[in-house]
Design a protein around this ligand. Structure first.
Ligand SMILES: [Zn+2]
Length: 276
């Protein structure tokens, strides 16, 4: 990613931060601006810091601090604890427009069109990812799992999950993340939220953007279910999902020995990036 693109993304974060409510109570430390915390958080990922602690240590070195100030336009670098305090109350959906801006920039820079496959389809990889788990810390939106610990006692694990969506290409290391769909419990839900529900919500919520993308969704066996496949089909879009024999016995029974004519078989040789 060029410096120009990075600066535009950082600017976009700054503009979003200016619109977000500052939830700090009067009397709390208000020295740091929300936009500095957001840009610093982006830099943790961009500069591949393995943890916030590592980020904190790096910022103790003068040249690393000036990198952050120059590349991301951060004025006052908050500590990792101050970052957490500032960012914890932000509703994650409030940052969707930054992902949209990233997509817009990638179109302008010509990255976007190179990602298309199969005569103009945009490959969108979809997968769930946990980004928080704890046995003690939890909130009203936490998903839960009951497990047995090593002593055989039941214990509850609290976690947060998100459906992540990204434009990928089999022959390119460029990955363009789109706005994720957060999987979390809300008031009034009968059942715990899950990846399938989140995928359906995502399709509905982002349908205008998806129409323009003309996607082919790529995903694992979990999404090979009627409710997801039929919804994608109704929306006039396509999918390529893993379909394991063990979880789709009916399909296996119907297709085994069926008189289907093989039209084309494409296999990856596992070495070259081109299909053989
Ligand atoms: Zn929670």
């Amino acid at each position: 990613m060029g410096r120009g693109i990075l600066k535009r993304l950082a600017n976009s974060l700054g503009q979003v931060a200016a619109r977000l409510p500052d939830t700090r109570r009067p009397g709390n430390d208000t020295k740091y601006e929300l936009q500095d915390a957001l840009k610093s958080a982006l830099s943790v990922f961009y500069l591949l810091h393995p943890s916030l602690l590592d980020f904190q240590r790096a910022m103790e070195k003068k040249h690393r601090r000036s990198n952050l100030e120059t590349l991301f336009g951060v004025k006052e670098i908050p500590s990792s604890n101050q970052m957490k305090t500032l960012l914890d109350d932000i509703e994650p959906g409030g940052l969707d427009c930054v992902f949209d801006e990233g997509l817009r920039i990638s179109k302008l820079e010509g990255v976007y069109s190179k990602q298309k496959v199969l005569g103009g389809l945009m490959p969108l990889a979809v997968d769930g990812t946990w980004y928080f788990s704890s046995k003690e810390i939890h909130c009203e939106h936490c998903l839960t799992q009951t497990r047995k610990n090593k002593d055989g006692e039941e214990e509850t694990l609290y976690y947060h999950d998100a459906l992540t969506v990204a434009i990928v290409h089999y022959n390119s290391s460029v990955v363009l993340p789109l706005a994720p769909e957060f999987i979390r419990n809300e008031d009034g839900m009968d059942k715990q939220d899950c990846e399938i529900n989140a995928f359906k919500r995502y399709l509905e919520r982002r349908k205008e953007q998806l129409k323009l993308l003309n996607p082919v969704f790529l995903g694992d066996d979990l999404y090979s279910c009627h409710s997801i496949c039929s919804k994608i089909d109704e929306m006039g879009m396509r999918f390529l999902f893993t379909c394991k024999d063990t979880s789709h016995r009916w399909i296996v029974e119907q297709t085994e020995g069926a008189p289907f004519e093989e039209y084309k078989r494409v296999e990856w040789d596992g070495k070259n990036h081109e299909f053989a």
